[in-house]
Design a protein around this ligand. Sequence first.
Ligand code: PXP
Length: 257
Amino acid sequence: MNLGLNIDHIATLREARKINDPDPLEAVFIAKNAGVSQITIHLREDRRHIHDDDVKKIIQTSILPINVECACDEKIIDFLCEQKPHKITLVPEKREEVTTEGGLDLNRSNLEKIIKEFQKNQIQTALFIDPNKDCTTKAKELGADGVEFHTGEYANLHLMLYSNLSRHKNSIKNLELDRNLLSKLLDESFCKLIDCANLAKDLHLGVFAGHGLNYQNVSSIAKIPAITELNIGQSIIARSIFTGLEKAIKDMLELIR
Ligand code: PXP
């Protein structure tokens, strides 16, 4: 199982002061030494964390493959075709969202064209999708090289069942449910991930997963044989505040391998 480290939140911390520290590029070297296989960054339309300069600098300097997440935005797509990261993961984006909510709508008319454009530039393309069989098949039809399954639903159910989130002010209101029901929904969510990962593998797609994965919920996902890569950010960067980044990464790698 490969770990893709999402370093957006290092830039979030920098942007909290609008200065030049901490520098996300520094994390790339620590990540490489700690055993990370890929660096993931999300160039959002509002540039709330990662900026164009970060993308350029990180792609030029990195000794690890770079996976850039982005929305289907024409200017960003042109910019990334020039920068040529190893992989691009297309994600949905809403300005007002705190983080990426839900998978990509695969009925967008221009997806096939965008995927072809990336491939013409030797950039692998993955689509960030909900664990849904129709979406998985459609991703293949559109010509994607891989799919990243959105694990947010599984992660939210896990948090509400096994952490104190339900008693916190950030409790997820629509998941304030009876524990037996939460447990059933969690099982269903997990089974969907297994089924879709198997289907994606059978379709010869790259099979990745991510969003909301943390030290408590990652082990079961890491045991799904068809999944070869997990992209994890917030939980590792959060732990690194207390333990340092290298230890936070190594703790995660121990759980997923
Ligand atoms: N994968 C994708 C496609 C994402 O959009 C994100 C969030 O930026 C992640 C993985 C990482 O999610 P988290 O920060 O919750 O680990």
